[in-house]
Ligand binder design. Structure first.
Ligand code: ADP
Ligand code: MG
Length: 364
C-alpha cells in the first residue's frame, strides 16, 4: 500500500493546452479514491502522470518517501485498467492475465499460481482456457482487471473502466470493484465522469473542472458542503437549482431576493457572510429535496406553478415554474398529485447555499 502525493502538479501539452493546473492532493494508502469531473477536465492526464505514461510539466509526485517524477512506468509498480480493455485478441484469457508476469520472466509454476488466484478472485476461472474474442464486455473488463491485479501492484488506477458497459452490468461491476478493493486493500484511484459511481464507490472524491481541483472530500462532504457552484451542480441527481439573487437586510433579517422570490436566510447564514457580501449579488443554490411544497400560500413561501411531474418510483420530481419563468426541480412524494399549471407554494428549507457570482466559491 502506497500513499500518493501530488504537489503543485501541472500538465501543459503542446499548443499550449493547459490540462492540469497546479494540482495538490494526497491519496492515502489503501484508499479508494475517485477523480471525478466532466470529459476533458484533466482526469486521464493526471492518471497518466501518476503511472509515468506522461511527463509531468511542473511539480512533484511522491509515492511514500520516493519522488517518482523521473521513474519509468515499470519502476513505479502502478497497474492500470482502461475503458478500452486492450486485451490481446489472439491469446486466451489465461495468457492475457499471465502476460505481465511472463514479460517479467517469472517462473512458470509461480505464474500459474498467480493467474489462478486472480481468476478465482474475480470469479472467472471458467473462462481461463477461452479465447477473449467471444467474451462479453463485462467479462473482458474482468480479464483486464485480472491482468492488473495479478502483478500485485502497489497502486491500481482505473480510468473509466465500466463507463461503456450497459447499465445492469455496470451496477454489478461497481459492487465487484468495491469488493475487490476491500479485499486487496490496494491504493486505488478510480477515474469517472459519473457522479453516481464516485458517490457510491469511493472513500473520498476529488472533483475537477477545466484542469482545476474544486474540492476533495468524502461523498457526504462534497454533497452537503460543496465548496464551489460547480461541485454543487455536478454532484447530485436531479441537480441543484440555482438562481441569481440579491441579498437585502430588512428589520434585522437577511433575505435572498430574486425576481421570483424573497426568502429569509437564517441568522447563522447571515453571520457567516462578510459585510461586503451583504447587498451583493449572489447565486443561490438549493437541492430538490430541500424544497417543500404547500398547496396554500403562507409567509415566505414561493409561488410557482406545476410544469411537469416525473414519477421515478420511490419519489416524483416536480418541475415548478417560478414567476420569472425559471424552472426549479423539487422532490415530492410519489403520491403527489397535481395538474399542469396548478399553483404550488414552495418552501425553501436549509441548506440554502450562496455562491460568489464571479468565482463560484461558496460564501457560507
Ligand atoms: P479527461 O480524462 O478528464 O477527459 P484529459 O486529461 O484526457 O481529460 O484531457 C484534458 C485536456 O487535455 C483536454 O482539453 C484534452 O483535449 C487535452 N489533451 C489530452 N491529451 C492531449 C495530448 N496528448 N495533446 C494535447 N492535448 C491533450
Ligand atoms: Mg479521460
Amino acid at each position: 500500500m502506497t500513499t500518493i502525493a501530488l504537489k503543485n502538479v501541472w500538465k501543459i501539452y503542446e499548443g499550449p493546452v493547459l490540462a492540469v493546473k497546479d494540482l495538490t492532493v494526497t491519496i492515502e494508502h489503501g484508499e479508494f479514491f475517485a477523480l471525478l469531473g466532466p470529459s476533458g477536465c484533466g482526469k486521464s492526464s493526471t492518471m497518466r502522470m501518476i503511472a509515468g505514461l506522461e511527463e509531468i510539466s511542473k511539480g512533484e509526485i511522491w509515492f511514500d518517501q520516493t519522488l517518482v517524477n523521473k521513474l519509468e512506468p515499470p519502476e513505479r509498480n502502478v497497474a492500470m485498467v482502461f475503458e478500452t480493455y486492450a486485451l490481446y485478441p489472439y491469446l486466451s484469457v489465461y495468457e492475457n492475465i499471465a502476460f505481465p508476469l511472463r514479460i517479467r520472466g517469472m517462473r512458470r509454476d509461480e505464474i500459474d499460481r498467480k493467474v489462478r488466484w486472480a481468476a478465482d478472485f474475480l470469479g472467472i476461472s471458467d473462462l481461463l482456457p477461452m479465447s477473449v474474442k467471444g467474451l462479453s464486455g463485462g467479462q473482458m473488463q474482468s480479464v483486464g482487471i485480472g491482468r492488473a491485479i495479478v502483478r500485485e501492484p502497489s497502486i491500481l488506477i482505473m480510468d473509466e473502466p465500466i463507463s461503456h458497459l450497459e447499465a445492469r452490468v455496470r451496477a454489478r461491476m461497481r459492487e465487484e470493484l468495491v469488493k475487490l478493493h476491500d479485499q486487496l486493500g490496494t491504493t486505488t484511484v478510480y477515474v469517472t465522469h459519473d457522479q453516481v459511481e464516485a458517490m457510491t464507490m469511493a472513500d473520498r472524491i476529488a472533483v475537477m473542472n477545466l484542469g482545476v481541483l474544486q474540492q476533495v472530500g468524502t461523498p457526504k462532504e462534497v454533497y452537503e458542503h460543496p465548496q464551489t457552484e460547480f461541485v454543487g451542480g455536478f454532484i447530485g441527481e436531479p441537480p441543484m437549482n440555482f438562481a441569481d439573487c440579491e441579498l437585502k437586510r430588512e428589520d434585522g433579517t437577511l433575505y435572498a431576493c430574486s425576481d421570483s422570490f424573497k426568502v429569509p436566510l437564517p441568522a447563522e447564514t447571515a453571520g457567516k457572510l462578510d459585510a461586503q457580501h451583504e447587498k451583493a449579488r449572489v447565486r443561490l443554490g438549493i437541492r430538490p429535496e430541500s424544497i417543500g411544497v404547500e398547496s396554500a400560500p403562507s409567509q415566505d413561501s414561493v409561488r410557482a406553478s406545476v410544469y411537469v411531474l416525473e414519477p421515478q418510483g420511490e419519489r416524483t420530481i416536480l418541475s415548478a415554474r417560478l414567476a420569472n419563468g425559471e424552472l426549479f426541480l423539487v422532490e415530492v412524494p410519489p403520491d403527489f398529485d397535481a395538474q399542469p399549471d396548478d399553483a404550488v407554494f414552495l418552501r425553501f428549507r436549509q441548506p440554502i447555499h450562496l455562491f460568489d457570482v464571479e468565482s463560484g466559491i461558496n460564501l457560507i
